[in-house]
Design a protein. Structure first.
Length: 334
């Protein structure tokens, strides 16, 4: 059974504007980012159909282009955006359920095990190899909410190698197993997610660096259901290790992160979300690079023709060649 891919391309609070434009429409190599990720998903064998949720009128115009339509091997659906990121993802998943009417339906007992691949639209270096590997590993790992991670070593490809050369600097989670960048891939069984309403806040704060928002999030983690002092304590350790790493105090960061094995963080996140939470690591790296500011966008455009072929080659070397996509799309459409 294939898995639906749900692409978040909304223009609400969780979406950032770059050069005055919603970032999902920024062109890279002559193609909007949202069209690029739709094209990549056509080549992922585990994906059965693609849903894109956002400004429907604008998405229809971009994804209805002949160049996009010519590449489709899977049904493509455009869903009008809702009030926020959480509603965008939940309501779109309801529409992906078997036999769902256009307005979607609530999950039934037989739908509890159904998973969806959730990802953002602004991933210029995403490759089908990395997405496929993540889906397979997430399914093998079990659990009901899998978040993608990429080790620090895989992100070296995006760093500047010489003075004046454009590069992208990353912030990392520091855990006992190493330093990891969160990718923008999530495999979720939404019907088994107890606290779905926390998802938007987690996504908005995934790269938290400023003090006051960190403190605000810490207070909410302390006081909300599933939180408490244990979660707050380990959240504080994660933040301290990350800050130490960013300023170059790696010995301090290493000392702190030894108290944060994956298993501990997974257990705490499972309690907060009232579900079975897992981390799933892949080694390519492109899905951990999104476009959140003008500098990263300029660098992406300048280095795309070098970095993207490198990502494709790395993915194939690590995971092997992907099967050829089907020639004819199933029924469906944007």
């Amino acid at each position: 059974m294939g898995i639906p891919a749900i692409v978040a391309a909304g223009e609400g609070k969780a979406s950032r504007v770059v050069y005055g434009e919603s970032k999902v429409y920024l062109p890279v190599d002559g193609r909007p980012l949202v069209a690029r990720i739709v094209s990549v998903l056509q080549q992922v064998p585990e994906v059965s159909e693609v849903f894109v949720v956002g400004n429907a009128e604008r998405l229809d115009a971009e994804l209805g282009a002949a160049s996009v339509q010519a590449e489709l091997t899977k049904p493509l659906h455009v869903i009008p955006q809702f009030r926020n990121l959480y509603e965008n993802l939940w309501e779109t998943w309801r529409r992906s359920l078997p036999g769902a009417p256009p307005e979607g339906r609530d999950p039934r007992p037989e739908d509890e095990g159904r998973a969806g691949l959730f990802l953002s639209a602004d991933l210029p270096f995403a490759t089908p190899h990395e997405i496929s590997a993540f889906v397979r590993r997430a399914l093998e790992a079990g659990g009901d909410f899998a978040t993608g991670l990429v080790p620090e070593s895989a992100m070296e490809a995006f760093r500047a190698k010489a003075p004046g050369e454009p590069g992208i600097e990353m912030a990392y989670f520091n855990v006992a197993e190493g330093r990891y960048r969160q990718s923008n891939l999530f495999l979720v069984r939404p019907a088994k997610l107890g606290h779905r309403f926390y998802i938007e806040e987690m996504y908005e704060h995934r790269y938290q660096k400023q003090l006051w928002p960190i403190l605000g999030l810490a207070w909410r983690l302390l006081t909300r259901e599933g939180g408490g002092f244990g979660l707050l304590f380990h959240f504080g350790l994660l933040q301290l290790a990350g800050m130490a790493n960013r300023v170059g105090w790696n010995r301090l960061a290493d000392a702190i992160r030894r108290r944060l094995p994956f298993s501990k963080v997974e257990a705490l996140m499972s309690r907060l979300l009232a579900t079975d939470f897992r981390f799933v690591s892949t080694e390519v790296g492109g899905c951990a690079v999104d476009v959140d500011n003008e500098e990263d966008y300029d660098t992406t455009r300048a280095r795309f023709h070098q970095w993207y072929p490198e990502q494709l080659a790395r993915g194939e070397a690590l995971y092997g060649a992907l099967p050829a996509p089907r020639e004819d799309p199933d029924e469906g459409g944007s």
